[in-house]
Design a protein around this ligand. Structure first.
Ligand code: ADP
Length: 982
C-alpha cells in the first residue's frame, strides 16, 4: 500500500493518536520534523497550528495538507509519526516502508538553520530558555514583552521553546544568528556538575545536610524487621533482578545505579522512571536502598537534593499545597533561607530527584487532563503529583516512581522515560538472603535445603516478601507442618501463627490446634480494618481508627501493624500493615471468617468493577474517601489488592484448611462461600474462553490470555482442588495458548501447570518474554505431557532448567516443538537435546537462537541429529558454532528425510562451513530454506552452494546477506543462481 493510501485508510487512527488526551505535544513534534525536512513550508505551518482552533481541527488540516503534497510527503509524514508516537500506541498502525532521508546541504541562512534543526533545538533549549531569552534581550533582538509572551506559564517548556523559535524567525536573520551564537557558546561552556558546590550558598548546603540525615534515618532499617532492631538495611539488602526493555525490544539487565541512568531510555523527553513489579517484589525496599546510598553519598552523587514521597501517605493529605509546601512539609523543612533553597531547586532541576513510592496505592488513577506548571500555586495533591510525573511542573527534575504493573495505564506510559521491571530474587539471591537472615550458617543451610526439597516453596521465594516470611517462620517450617506449604495462603497462615506464637504466654511451646479460634476476635478486628481500608484505598490508619475497631494496645503490639516511618511533620502516630499483602490476607480472613458479612462480599472481590463501597467503610474511613474521586478511577488502585485478597479467600476456603477453620466458621456458611468462589472462578474463566476469536482459516485456534486469566488460574491453584481445575479446563478448547509479556515467574508457572495439566487436548504453550527461569521451567513439568509446543523465548533459562525440562519432555509423546531463543544456554545443554533427538522420533522443531552454543555444542547436537528422522526445523541463529559446528551439523543432517528449514545466521560460519552445507543440499531431498545471513562466507563458499543447488530442486531459498562478498560478486553470483538471496 502506498503512503498516500495508508494516510487515507488510517485517517481516524492517526487523528486519534495525535489528538489523544488533548495533548498537543505529539502534533508539535511531528510539525517540527516536517518543517525540518521541508515537507512543510512556514506558511503551511502557520495555517495548521492555529491556537484558537481545537487540536483535532489542526490535526485534520495537517493530514489534508500532507495528503495534497503527494507520495513523498506522505511517507515522510508517516516516518515522523513513527518517530513520535510511543510504542504502546503503535499497535494497529502501519507506517509503510522506511523512507530514505535525503541528505541536504546545510542551509545558508541562520533562519533556515533554525528550521532545519528545530526538533533538536526544542530539546536543547528546553532547560535553557531563560539564558536564550537573556541573550536575545541584551542584544536588543527581543523586548521584555516578547520574553513574557514566550514564557506564559500556560505553556510547557517545549511549547515555550517553539514560541521562542517562532518569534525569532519573525524577528529576522539577526535574531536567528544571535540565538545560534548563544547556543554555540552554551555548548562549550556547559556547567560541570562537579562545580556546582562552588556556587552553593551556606543555606543550601545546610539544607542538604539536614535532608541527607533525615533520609538516612528513615531508610536505615526495614519496616518488616521494625522493632526487632536485629537488622539494618545494609545487613539484609539483597539485590533483586532488574530488567528494562530497550527500544529494539531487547531485554537488558540493570544494576541499582542504572535505575536513574541512561540505559534503556525510550523517551528522552520524559523525566519519570517507573520501577514496576508485583506486590512484595521489593519496590519499596529498592527505593529505600537508593535513598540510603544517596544519603551516604555512595550513589547518585550528581543528585544534590533527594525528596522521597510515599503515595499512601500523600493519600492522607487533604490540603491544597504548592510545590514548595509539598517538598518542605512532606520531606524536610529548611531551617534557614526557605526561599533561597526553593529558588535553588527551581533553578537547578537537574540536581534534584523526587521519588514516589507506591503509585498504585494513590487513590486517584493518573490523568493528564489538568495542566499545572506554577510552583508556588496551591493545588490539590493529585494535580501536583500528576503534573510532576508528566513534567509539566518542574521539567528536568528526575522522578522515580514505583508501582505494580496493572496500575500503569497508557496515559501515564507516554510520560515515562523508561520502565524498569523488578522481578524479585534470582535463585542465587534467595540463598544470599537466607544466609544474611540467619547468622548461624548451619541454620541457613537447613533452610536452604528445606527449600530445595520443596520446589513449590522455592518458587514462591522468588518474591522477596514471601522469602522473608518463609525465612522468618523457619521454625514452623522445619518443625514439620500437617499441611506441606504449597500456596501463598499456606505461607501467610505460617506468618499468622508465628506472630501469635511469639506473643503467647507459653512462647516456647507450640500453638494448639485451635490457635486460630483462640485468636479469632483479634483476627476479625484486624480483618475488618484491613478490608475497609482496601475498599477505600486506605493503607494508613490513625490510632483513633484502631480504637474504633476495638483494637487494644496488646493487639496492636502483636506486630501485624507497625508505625508509619514518616518524614513529614505530623503530631499523631499512624499505623500501617507490615506489608500490603498482609493487609489483603487479613481482609480475606475477615471475608471468610465473619459469619455476618454481607452475602455479596465474596463475589464483589471477584468482580470489582461492579463493586460499591460498603456503608461501613464509608462511615469509618471517611477521611480516606475523596468524594471528588470518581468510582471508576479509584478502582485502578484497588483492583490488584482485591485480586490478591480473592486469591487468599480461595486459599482459605480450600479443603486443606478445613480443620483449622472448623470451629471458627459454621460449616454451612463456609460451604456457601466455597460455592460462591467456585462459581465466580468458573464465570471468570468462561468470560475469557468466550473472548477467543474464531480461528482464521489455516491457523490454529488460539487464545491470547489477559493478565486476569493468570490471576484466576492462581485462585484455582490456591484452592488445591483437582476437580475444580479439571472442570474448568474441560471447557477450554484451544490449540495455542499465548501468555507473552504476562509477568509469568516461577510462582505463576506452578499455578499454570497445576491447572493446564487437565486440558483435554494438547496445546502450544507460548510463554515468551516472561521470567520463568530454571525454577519456573521445573514447575512446568506437570503440564508438559499436554504441550505439543513450548515457547520460552527470553526467559532467563539456563542449562540446568533445560536438563530437567528435557528429561521429562523425552517421555511425553505429545511434546514436539521447543523454542528457546535468547536464554542462557551453553554447550552444557546440547547433550540433553542430543538425547531427546535420539529418543524422540516425532520431534519436529528445535529453536535455540541467541544463546551461547559453540562448535562443541553443535557437534553434540549433530550426534543426536544423526539418529533422528523427524526434525523439520532447526534454528541456531546468533550462536557461535563456526565452520566446525556447521560441518558437524551438515554431516549429521545430510541423510535427513525430514528437515525443511535450517538457520545458521550469525554464527561465524565461513566458506568451509558453506561447502559442507553444500553437501547437505546436494544430497538432501526435503530442505526448502537455508539461512546463512551474517556469516563470513566468501565467493568460494557460495560457488560450492551453487554447484550443489544444480542438483537440488527442493531448496527454494538460500539467504546469504551480510557475508564476505562485494556488491559486484553478489550481483554476478545471484545471476548464476536465482535461489541465492543477497
Ligand atoms: P513491594 O514494595 O514491591 O511491595 P517491599 O519492598 O515492601 O515490596 O518488600 C517486602 C518485604 O520483602 C520487605 O519488607 C523485605 O522484608 C523483603 N525485601 C524486599 N526486597 C528486598 C531486598 N532487596 N533485600 C532484602 N529484603 C527484601
Amino acid at each position: 500500500m502506498t503512503a498516500h493510501q495508508l494516510i487515507l485508510k488510517q485517517r481516524a487512527e492517526l487523528l486519534a493518536v495525535l489528538c489523544g488526551g488533548g495533548n498537543a505535544e505529539p502534533l508539535d513534534c511531528v510539525l517540527d520534523l516536517l518543517l525540518a525536512c521541508e515537507v512543510l513550508v512556514w506558511e503551511d505551518y502557520l495555517s495548521i497550528r492555529v491556537a484558537e482552533k481545537p487540536l483535532c481541527s489542526n490535526v485534520r488540516h495537517l493530514l489534508d495538507v500532507v495528503y495534497d503534497k503527494g507520495e513523498d510527503a506522505c511517507s515522510l509524514f508517516l516516518a515522523a509519526m513513527n518517530q513520535v508516537v510511543p510504542e504502546e500506541q503503535k499497535a494497529g498502525l502501519c507506517f509503510g516502508k522506511e523512507c530514505a532521508v535525503v541528505e541536504k546541504n546545510r542551509p545558508d541562512t541562520a533562519t533556515l538553520t533554525l528550521l532545519a534543526d528545530r526538533p533538536v533545538l526544542v530539546r536543547k533549549l528546553r532547560d535553557n530558555i531563560d539564558g536564550a531569552l537573556n541573550a536575545l534581550l541584551t542584544t536588543g533582538c527581543f523586548t521584555i514583552k516578547d520574553c513574557d509572551a514566550v514564557q506564559l506559564p500556560v505553556y510547557t517548556p517545549s511549547q515555550q521553546v517553539r514560541r521562542l523559535l517562532d518569534q525569532v524567525r519573525f524577528k529576522g536573520e539577526t535574531a536567528a544568528k544571535t540565538l545560534l551564537q548563544y547556543l554555540e557558546q552554551t555548548e562549550t561552556t556547559r556547567p560541570n556538575p562537579e562545580d556546582k558546590e562552588n556556587h552553593l550558598s551556606a543555606n543550601c548546603l545546610l539544607y542538604q545536610k539536614k535532608l541527607r540525615s533525615s533520609v538516612a534515618a528513615q531508610s536505615h532499617s526495614l519496616s518488616t524487621y521494625g522493632g526487632t532492631g536485629r537488622f539494618s538495611l545494609d545487613d539484609i539488602y539483597t539485590d533483586g533482578l532488574l530488567e528494562v526493555i530497550d527500544g529494539s525490544g531487547e531485554t537488558l539487565t540493570l544494576g541499582l545505579e542504572d535505575v536513574v541512568g541512561p540505559l534503556g531510555t525510550l523517551n528522552e523527553e520524559a523525566d519519570t522512571v517507573l520501577v514496576s513489579g508485583e506486590a512484595g517484589s521489593g519496590k519499596s525496599t529498592l527505593l529505600q536502598r537508593l535513598h540510603l546510598l544517596w544519603a551516604r553519598e555512595a550513589l547518585l552523587t550528581n543528585t544534590f537534593l533527594l525528596f522521597p514521597f510515599s503515595c499512601r501517605k500523600l493519600n492522607a493529605e487533604q490540603r491544597e499545597l504548592s510545590l514548595k509546601e509539598l517538598l518542605f512539609l512532606h520531606c524536610c523543612w529548611p531551617d534557614r533561607g526557605q526561599d533561597e533553597v526553593f529558588q535553588f531547586i527551581l533553578d537547578h532541576p537537574n540536581l534534584a530527584l523526587f521519588t514516589f513510592d507506591g503509585l498504585d496505592e494513590f487513590k486517584q488513577g493518573f490523568t493528564d487532563e489538568e495542566r499545572h506548571c506554577c510552583p508556588t500555586k496551591q493545588v490539590p495533591i493529585p494535580v501536583l503529583l500528576f503534573n510532576l510525573l508528566q513534567g509539566t511542573l518542574m521539567k528536568g527534575v528526575m522522578k522515580v516512581a514505583t508501582s505494580r504493573p496493572q496500575a500503569v495505564g497508557p496515559s501515564l506510559k507516554r510520560y515515562l522515560r523508561k520502565e524498569v521491571l523488578l522481578k524479585g530474587f534470582s535463585p542465587g539471591g534467595i540463598d544470599c538472603f537466607v544466609k544474611k537472615h540467619h547468622s548461624d550458617p548451619a541454620m541457613a543451610r537447613r533452610v536452604i535445603e528445606s527449600l530445595q526439597a520443596n520446589t513449590v516453596l522455592l518458587s514462591l521465594c522468588h518474591i522477596p516478601v514471601f522469602c522473608w516470611i518463609v525465612t522468618k517462620c523457619h521454625q514452623e517450617l522445619l518443625g514439620g507442618q500437617d499441611v506441606i506449604t504449597q500456596t501463598i495462603t499456606d505461607v501467610y497462615l505460617l506468618v499468622l501463627q508465628h506472630f501469635f506464637q511469639r506473643k503467647s504466654p507459653q512462647s516456647q511451646g507450640v500453638l494448639g490446634k485451635a490457635w486460630l479460634e483462640e485468636h479469632l476476635d483479634t483476627v476479625l478486628k484486624l480483618g475488618q480494618l484491613a478490608l475497609e481500608g482496601l475498599e477505600a484505598s486506605c493503607y494508613v490508619f490513625s490510632g483513633y481508627e484502631l480504637q474504633r475497631n476495638g483494637l487494644t494496645e496488646k493487639e496492636v503490639s502483636l506486630g501485624f501493624l507497625i508505625y508509619c516511618n514518616d518524614l513529614s511533620v505530623t503530631d499523631c502516630k499512624r499505623y500501617e500493615f507490615l506489608h500490603i499483602t498482609l493487609q489483603c490476607f487479613f481482609a480475606a480472613l475477615y471475608v471468610v471468617l465473619n459469619r455476618n458479612i454481607d452475602r455479596s462480599a465474596v463475589s464483589r472481590l471477584f468482580h470489582p468493577q461492579y463493586r460499591q463501597l460498603s456503608g461501613l467503610s464509608q462511615r469509618c474511613l471517611g477521611h480516606c474517601i475523596d468524594s471528588s474521586v470518581e468510582e471508576l478511577e479509584s478502582h485502578v488502585a484497588e483492583t490488584p489488592n482485591l485480586q490478591i485478597t480473592a486469591q487468599f479467600v480461595s486459599g482459605l476456603l480450600s479443603q486443606r484448611h478445613h480443620d483449622l477453620l472448623l470451629e471458627c466458621c459454621p460449616i454451612a456458611v463456609r460451604e456457601r462461600k466455597v460455592k460462591q468462589v467456585v462459581k465466580s472462578l468458573s464465570k471468570g474463566m468462561q468470560r475469557h474462553f468466550k473472548s477467543i476469536p474464531r480461528p482464521v482459516e489455516g491457523e490454529k485456534k488460539s487464545m491470547h490470555a489477559m493478565p486476569s486469566f493468570v490471576w484466576l488460574i492462581k485462585c484455582i491453584y490456591e484452592m488445591q482442588d483437582n476437580s475444580i481445575a479439571q472442570d474448568t479446563m474441560a471447557k477450554l478448547d484451544v490449540e495455542h495458548l499465548k501468555l507473552t509479556y504476562c509477568n509469568i515467574g516461577p510462582v505463576e508457572c506452578t499455578a499454570l501447570a497445576y491447572v493446564l495439566k487437565y486440558l483435554r487436548n494438547p496445546v502450544g504453550l507460548q510463554l515468551d518474554n516472561n521470567s520463568v527461569g530454571d525454577v519456573g521451567a521445573e514447575q512446568l513439568l506437570p503440564c508438559l505431557h499436554i504441550c505439543h509446543s513450548l515457547y520460552l523465548r527470553n526467559n532467563n533459562i539456563s542449562d540446568e532448567g533445560i536438563r530437567k525440562l528435557l528429561e521429562k519432555g523425552m517421555k511425553c509423546e505429545n511434546f514436539q516443538k521447543i523454542a528457546l531463543f535468547n536464554n542462557n544456554l551453553t554447550d552444557a545443554c546440547t547433550q540433553h537435546f542430543a538425547l531427546l533427538l535420539k529418543s524422540k522420533q516425532n520431534f519436529l522443531s528445535l529453536r535455540l537462537g541467541n544463546n551461547n552454543i559453540t562448535s562443541q555444542g553443535a557437534e553434540q547436537l549433530a550426534e543426536g541429529l544423526s539418529y533422528n528422522q523427524s526434525l523439520q526445523f532447526l534454528g541456531l541463529w546468533g550462536n557461535k558454532i563456526g565452520d566446525r559446528g556447521a560441518e558437524a551439523l551438515a554431516a549429521a543432517l545430510k541423510n535427513s528425510t525430514t528437515l525443511i528449514w535450517l538457520s545458521l545466521v550469525d554464527n561465524g560460519v565461513g566458506s568451509a562451513g558453506a561447502c559442507a552445507l553444500a553437501k547437505l543440499i546436494s544430497q538432501g531431498k526435503t530442505l526448502e530454506q537455508l539461512w546463512l545471513n551474517k556469516n563470513c562466507i566468501n565467493r568460494e563458499g557460495v560457488e560450492c552452494l551453487i554447484e550443489a543447488l544444480k542438483m537440488n530442486s527442493s531448496v527454494q531459498e538460500v539467504w546469504l546477506r551480510g557475508n564476505n562478498l562485494s556488491p559486484e560478486e553478489e550481483e554476478e553470483l545471484s545471476k548464476q543462481e536465482s535461489r541465492l538471496i543477497f
